[in-house]
Design a protein around this ligand. Structure first.
Ligand code: CA
Length: 220
């Protein structure tokens, strides 16, 4: 899952980025509102973490512009402004959730998971697809009740495919999901992870869609 972090405070930004990377997210970090707008226009993010007090364009202006364009991207506001009036303003401008600094990284992580599953149209914290289940909070994967041991990138890739089981994702889309800007993408890397997922789950679970990419197998 690829997230955009918009935060001008270097210490907070660095700690949120590294904490969420450890959770398996790919996190791009920009430090002002104008850079955020450019990054969002790339359209590769599943969620935005947005500070409100930002140079060049405020978080509230950014959010309002995003919603005016009809974007349904989940936005979690992280800010030191903690008056009730500010929170109401943020939510009314189109934020989906609100966390006041200083916050706990585990709570941030849990709120991100909640927003992502709502976005995917799920209420259950565990993603189930027939005998296959994946828990984004614990990183557990089970097949027919037996645990499957996946690396971080294998997990991210399977997670991306399972969020929308009917929709094939291209190699480029999968790369975007599992790598941030500053991480070097090795060549053929998606194929390598697909290969190891097939080895661990059984080849039938990950289907090639000719000329498009990959999707998880349909259930009978
Ligand atoms: Ca700030």
């Amino acid at each position: 899952m690829r997230l955009l972090l918009v935060e001008d405070d270097r210490m907070i930004g660095a700690s949120v980025q590294s904490g969420l990377r450890q959770e398996g997210y790919s996190v791009d970090w920009v430090r002002d509102g104008a850079a955020a707008e450019l990054a969002i226009a790339n359209g590769v993010y599943e969620l935005i973490l947005l500070d409100l007090g930002l140079p060049r364009k405020t978080g509230l202006d950014l959010l309002a512009a995003l919603r005016r364009k009809g974007s349904v991207l989940p936005v979690l506001v992280i800010t030191a402004r903690d008056s009730v009036a500010d929170r109401v303003k943020g939510l009314d401008a189109g934020a989906d959730d609100y966390l006041v600094k200083p916050f706990n990284l585990d709570e941030l992580s849990a709120r991100i998971r909640a927003l992502l599953r709502r976005q995917a149209g799920r209420a259950s914290p565990v993603i189930e697809h027939g005998p296959l289940s994946l828990n984004p909070a614990t990183h557990d994967v089970f097949l027919d009740g037996a645990p499957v041991n996946l690396s971080g990138r294998e997990f991210s890739l399977l997670h991306a495919l399972l969020e929308h089981p009917g929709v094939p994702l291209s190699r480029a889309q999968l790369e975007e999901r599992i790598y941030g800007w500053d991480e070097e993408v090795e060549s053929n890397t998606v194929e390598v992870y697909i290969h190891s997922l097939r080895r661990k789950l059984g080849a039938e679970w990950i289907r090639n869609v000719r000329g498009v990419g990959y999707r998880v197998a349909e259930l009978p």
